[in-house]
Design a protein around this ligand. Structure first.
Ligand code: HEC
Length: 153
């Protein structure tokens, strides 16, 4: 009788333990999944810049400005973003990954204005502001060049 009871108690304790372990596993799994989905969504969501979206490229979209933009790009940007804008340049300061500027993923917004502001004001310690190195006109020319090598809208 006594023994039987002891087994019964042990049995239910064992069951309780299993239950706790199982719920713990489920909770961890759910949190893990949730976190995974959450962070994946976070990295995919671009940082849109509503003010910058209103800006229009004042430079004419012709061969001349694309060519000027290309020259500026080769001088100032290719070291990180690569000779063709694929993000495969040899240099990246703080270990950041230079964006591929030819795909349709724009972490800081995809309009001309947003790209302009990303270049003018910079976005990180790797991608610094160019407002002291390049005039607005030159940055807009680079935007034209990026459009010429980027995905067609
Ligand atoms: C020292 C390396 C470096 C140089 C030089 C550089 N960039 Fe970047 N750039 C980066 C990195 C790295 C990122 C990605 C953002 C980050 O993680 O810092 C970036 C991001 C960008 C973005 C945002 C892309 C997006 O997904 O929205 C644009 C646009 C851009 N660069 C354009 C340029 C242009 C144009 C030049 C030249 C005037 C230039 N960059 C020069 C490293 C560089």
């Amino acid at each position: 009788m006594y023994l039987k009871n002891k087994f019964a108690v042990r049995g239910s304790l064992f069951a309780a333990n299993r239950f706790i372990v199982a719920s713990f596993a489920i909770v961890t799994l759910l949190f893990g999944l949730g976190g995974g989905i959450g962070s994946a969504r976070f990295t995919q969501e671009p940082k849109r810049n509503v003010e910058a979206q209103k800006l229009k490229n004042p430079e004419p979209a012709n061969d001349e400005s694309v060519e000027a933009g290309k020259k500026l790009y080769q001088r100032h940007c290719a070291s990180c973003h690569g000779p063709q804008g694929k993000g495969d340049g040899s240099l990246a300061l703080a270990g950041g990954t230079p964006s591929d500027l030819t795909d349709d993923t724009w972490d800081f917004g995809s309009t001309d204005g947003e790209i302009f502001v990303a270049i003018r004001d910079g976005v990180s310690t790797d991608m610094l502001a160019y407002k002291d190195k390049l005039s607005d006109k030159q940055i807009w020319q680079i935007v034209h060049y990026l459009r010429s090598i980027g995905p067609k809208k």
